[in-house]
Design a protein around this ligand. Structure first.
Ligand SMILES: [Zn+2]
Length: 154
């Protein structure tokens, strides 16, 4: 079952998922035994991962699938649309970089920061035993539109 969120409902979700409070929450899907929250980042500038120069110039967007801490015995996935941004610093070797969400994502990680914490071990009981078909393809990336293949520094 898919549920589009109103802004009031998204506000309630932030109470349960405070680590998602900097994101726009679009919808929640009630899957068999698990819950998927579909979210996206905003338009704020983000520092380049190499030189730190702020950029909000979007090269493309793509989706990441993140496993989050289980709630009420149900596993929680966050399908997060993030931006690939252009670094405008001519001296920087990084042409484009994937934005990271503080307290949530990290490069090459498919689990949220909360699930990666050492205290999260007991909360992992709700993780699904098998990955749904297609969910694991391409290291958790689902192309949205313009991100060219072959760039892998998520
Ligand atoms: Zn840079």
């Amino acid at each position: 079952m898919l549920h589009e969120l109103t802004s009031r409902e998204a506000g309630l979700l932030y109470l349960l998922f405070p680590h998602l409070s900097g994101l726009a929450l679009d919808r929640v899907e009630d899957l068999d035994g698990s819950v998927k929250i579909v979210a996206r980042t905003g338009s704020e500038p983000v520092g380049c991962r190499d030189c730190g120069t702020l950029s909000a110039r979007v090269h493309g967007r793509y989706r990441r699938c993140l496993q989050d801490l289980a709630r009420a015995g149900r596993s929680v996935q966050v399908e997060l649309e993030v931006r690939r941004l252009i670094c405008d610093n001519a001296a920087c070797p990084v042409a484009t970089f994937a934005e990271q969400v503080k307290g949530l994502t990290a490069r090459h990680q498919r689990r949220t920061a909360g699930l990666r914490s050492p205290l999260a071990g007991r909360a992992r009981a709700g993780r699904p035993r098998r990955v749904p078909a297609g969910a694991g393809a391409g290291r958790g990336r689902l192309p949205v539109h313009t991100d060219p293949p072959g760039q892998s520094d998520a």
